[in-house]
Write a protein that binds this ligand. Structure first.
Ligand SMILES: Nc1ncnc2c1ncn2[C@@H]1O[C@H](COP(=O)(O)OP(=O)(O)OP(=O)(O)O)[C@@H](O)[C@H]1O
Length: 572
């Protein structure tokens, strides 16, 4: 119950503007139910007035009425179902957009600590489950409730005492559905969890297929999926067991009811207090009423499933980004000059106790190139993450043109800093789209100019569709050097005053590295550049160096102080 209330509080406002579809769906479904009630009344009338009395003349009017009602009922059922789906789908779209937008405000740290497949399950299946509760589920609940009310009212109208007898069994339905719903919720929560785990295994294995195959790990991966699949199977079987059992249990209660009614009805007919038409109409109302009551129980089961999904989505929505814009943060409208200064910067990753950086101070003048070196794992890439505000320093500050970067909006800060990462991140679009990724709306001429400067234009000329050639998922149809040059073209086109190159030569052989050097120099010229590398091949002569030293392992109080001095970056 708490989950359901929480789900509605969280997601109901999102149905604003869509509610008319849902309301229309409800109203139309209710009209269809009313048509059915009247139709059954006509059926009782035909039995008593036409069949029992063998009077064909009395047949035509109710028959025509029946036909008319069937047409109206068909039409409104169709329109109701259609409008409900439109409303539900629009709600789903909105919901997914909201969660995805929120997820993108979270710092990369969030993604580093989560399994991608599980996040994907939350953005797809779990969101659909919420829609089935708050959107279409609500319509179903209202229309089913309306059917229950109408069919029971009609049953009471025909014979209140018989109806009352029937209703004595309603508590039995309620007890059954309550017992089932709580068990179903536990099974559903397990199913959601295991669905996420299974998706994670599929995602990890498929995205690392070249590693899997080259290390002959196919069987191990298949076993991993099989084991997650088994857990999923168990959760689903538990769900199936409950939902399959629910129907027969309810049916037994229904049958007891029907037999009691028929027996009582036969006695009433024999004593002349009830017509056959009356009894048949009554039985028909019950035949409609019971499935409606049964589907109320089914709705309770779906609600349990949706609540399990919704908990998982709300958990994501409640996660706050580790870094946010400060109140009154300045949005840089002009291009920054590009003066960067680290002042006594210290940083510890949120899930670590040992600091990665301590008391790091250095400055880079506009247009200057500074090379940042140091052994692997010393925190060079961390420095880039701090400059882009993926994290905030735990001590000290970083200035851009003399302003603390925490006083700038993240958007305007990042507009002024381009990073070229170790692993070149390309999307599965075309060459053109990838070069223009950081500069939406760039003209083809500008894209080509950037490609020429990045020394990739000639290569693009050899591709079957030139700039319109798809580059494969994550650019896998390109070589490492080609990917790197496309990334350089992207950075050139973006034209930000500050540039961070994080190991631009990683994975490239000497020859390719040498070829990259020239476009890199073109990219760096005139920009403040921090070149992170432990590969001194790529260090241009005469460039100033900042050497990072590891923060020592054991951290007694006195050692920390001496460590602080030792780990200070010193210009080379
Ligand atoms: N998201 C993270 N959470 C916790 N620790 C992290 C995270 N990212 C990096 N680290 C740790 O921080 C330290 C510095 O990592 P960083 O990537 O900055 O090193 P680096 O100097 O760039 O190394 P390399 O030259 O090998 O790329 C490492 O010990 C690493 O294990």
């Amino acid at each position: 119950m708490v989950s359901i209330r929480r789900t509605f509080r969280e997601f109901w406002p999102q149905t604003h503007g869509i509610r008319r579809f849902l309301v229309a769906g409800c109203v139309l479904a209710i009209v269809a139910a009313v048509c059915e009630v009247v139709t059954i009344g006509l059926f009782g009338f035909i039995v008593d007035e036409v069949l029992s009395r063998q009077d064909l003349g009395a047949f035509w009017m109710p028959a025509l009425g029946w036909l008319g009602l069937a047409a109206v009922s068909g039409l409104v059922s169709f329109a109701g179902a259609y409008l409900t789906s439109v409303g539900g789908e629009r709600f789903l779209l909105r919901l997914r957009d909201r969660v995805f937008r929120h997820v993108q405000t979270l710092t990369p740290d969030f993604f580093d600590n989560r399994r991608l497949g599980d996040l994907m399950a939350r953005l797809t299946d779990d969101i659909e489950a919420i829609e089935e509760l708050v959107g279409t589920g609500l319509v179903k609940l209202f229309t089913t409730l309306a059917s229950v009310v109408f069919f029971s009212a009609a049953a009471f109208y025909v014979r209140w005492d018989l109806a009352l007898l029937t209703f004595l069994l309603v508590p039995a339905f309620l007890v059954v559905s309550k017992v089932f719903a709580s068990r179903f919720r536990t099974a559903a929560a397990r199913e959601r969890l295991s669905n996420g785990a299974m998706n994670s295994v599929i995602e990890e294995s498929l995205s690392n297929q070249s590693l899997v195959q080259s290390y002959n790990r196919q069987d191990a991966e298949a076993e991993r999926l099989h084991s997650e699949g088994r857990t999923w199977l168990r959760a689903n079987v538990a769900q199936a067991w409950l939902s399959s059992l629910y129907g027969p249990v309810v049916q037994v209660i229904e049958t007891v009811c029907l037999i009691a009614i028929l027996g009582f009805g036969a006695w009433e007919i024999a004593s002349g207090r009830l017509t056959i038409g009356g009894l048949l109409a009554f039985a028909a109302y019950l035949a409609y009423l019971y499935p409606a009551v049964q589907s109320l129980g089914q709705i309770a089961l779906t609600v349990s499933e949706a609540a399990a999904g919704s908990d998982r989505v709300i958990e994501i929505l409640r996660t706050r980004p580790a870094v946010t814009d400060r109140e009154g943060a300045v949005h840089l409208t002009r291009r920054s000059e590009g003066r960067i200064e680290f002042q006594g910067v210290g940083f510890t990753y949120p899930n670590r106790t040992r600091p990665t950086l301590r008391d790091l101070s250095f400055a880079v003048e506009p247009g200057e190139l500074v090379v940042c070196t140091g052994p692997s794992g010393v925190g060079k890439s961390t420095l880039a993450k701090l400059l882009l505000r993926f994290y905030d320093p735990t001590a000290g500050r970083i200035l851009l043109d003399g302003t603390d970067i925490r006083d700038l909006t993240r958007e305007s800060l990042r507009d002024n800093v381009t990073i070229l990462q170790q692993e070149n991140l390309l999307f599965s679009g075309t060459v053109r789209e990838n070069i223009a990724y950081g500069s939406p709306g760039a003209e083809l001429d500008d894209i080509v100019r950037a490609a020429v400067l990045a020394d990739v234009h000639d290569f693009v000329g050899t591709l079957p569709l030139g700039y319109e050639t798809p580059i494969g998922q994550r650019g896998r149809l390109m070589s490492g050097g080609q990917r790197q040059r496309i990334a350089i073209a992207r950075a050139i086109l973006r034209d930000a005053p500050v540039l961070v190159l994080d190991e631009p030569m990683t994975g490239l052989d000497t020859l390719t590295a040498a070829r990259i050097m020239e476009p890199l120099n073109r990219l760096m010229s005139g920009r403040t550049t921090i070149l992170i590398t432990h590969d001194l091949r790529s260090v241009p002569e005469g460039a100033r160096q900042v050497v990072l030293e590891p923060v020592p392992r054991r951290s007694g109080r006195i050692r920390i102080r001496s460590a602080a001095r030792r780990s200070m970056a010193r210009p080379g």
